[in-house]
Design a protein around this ligand. Structure first.
Ligand code: 4AZ
Length: 279
């Protein structure tokens, strides 16, 4: 993911646009992009899950995201890119059981990648998308709560990943693209950093997993390409909280390489500069 996916996609637009389809056949819609080791999500779950779409020959799914307020979506900065891209290039699809089936795409008014993502070599992989109008909440569409600043999500906390991304390395989710879910344990940052150093030449003093990140998953259970930007949701005392944003990893579901997530508590002040505390 550290590749700049948006500029690449934008460069590829003329190529992608070579055939214009009025109604794209779903089977040609998804190149990459779910959840390894999981299962189809039940319809009544994950009412905050969104699909971020980028204009190509059709409104292509590029990343996941979460509704955190009737007018705001949280996603990864690497999903929207470092360049200031017009909000017109994006659409948001609220909770859908099968990607592309029954789309009702919402326009985006603001694209706000975290400013740290521009300057830092890594980290700050978080972005806000402001919807042009607030959405009507319902049983199917509900925001995911942000955690209190002090919420630590210690190792072993049971959390869930959801998305339409690849089901294995280089294995795209096949039609009809059902939303998938997998339960993953939180992995302690120090342990995760040590795992990422194993079988590499990177010195132990060089941090790979930073404080603004967190890890989750175990061999065979992970997020993958196309799940990026989606939520790592954890149930704490009966309430679902967004602990992380799908950010990066070495491959998917590999031994000693847990998925790495942007730690939401680290960015609460920045989020609340834009997103009101109460909807
Ligand atoms: C990606 O390329 C990506 N296994 C997302 C998540 C993970 C790895 C890669 C975590 O978007």
């Amino acid at each position: 993911m550290w590749e700049e996916m948006l500029p690449l996609l934008l460069l590829a637009l003329p190529l992608l646009a070579s055939g214009v389809h009025a109604a794209p056949a779903p089977h040609q819609a998804l190149e990459r992009g779910a959840i390894v080791g999981g299962q189809e999500a039940s319809k009544s779950k994950w009412p905050w899950q969104v699909s971020l779409r980028l204009h190509a020959a059709f409104w292509k799914h590029i990343c996941g995201g979460s509704l955190i307020h009737p007018q705001w979506v949280l996603t990864a900065a690497h999903c929207v890119g470092r360049e200031r891209v017009s909000p017109d290039a994006f659409r948001v699809q609220l909770r859908e059981q099968h990607l592309y089936y029954g789309d009702r795409l919402l326009p985006v008014g603001r694209v706000l990648p975290h400013p740290g993502y521009y300057s830092a070599q890594e980290g700050a992989d978080i972005a806000l998308l402001g919807l042009r109008s607030p959405v009507n909440l319902s049983g199917r569409v509900q925001p995911l709560r942000l955690p209190p600043a002090a919420q630590a999500f210690p190792a072993g906390t049971p959390c869930w990943l959801t998305g339409w991304g690849d089901v294995g390395d280089d294995e795209p989710l096949p039609p009809p693209y059902p939303l998938r879910q997998v339960k993953v344990p939180v992995v302690d940052n120090g342990d995760c950093d040590a795992q990422y150093h194993s079988d590499t030449s990177t010195g132990d003093s060089v941090r790979i997993v930073r404080d603004d990140m967190m890890c989750a998953g175990r061999a065979g259970r992970d997020s993958c390409q196309g799940d990026s930007g989606g939520p790592l949701a954890c149930k704490v005392n009966g309430t679902w909280l967004q602990a992380g944003v799908v950010s990066w990893g070495e491959g998917c579901a590999q031994d000693k390489r847990p998925g790495v997530y942007t730690r939401v508590t680290h960015y609460l002040d920045w989020i609340h500069r834009y997103v009101p505390e109460e909807p």
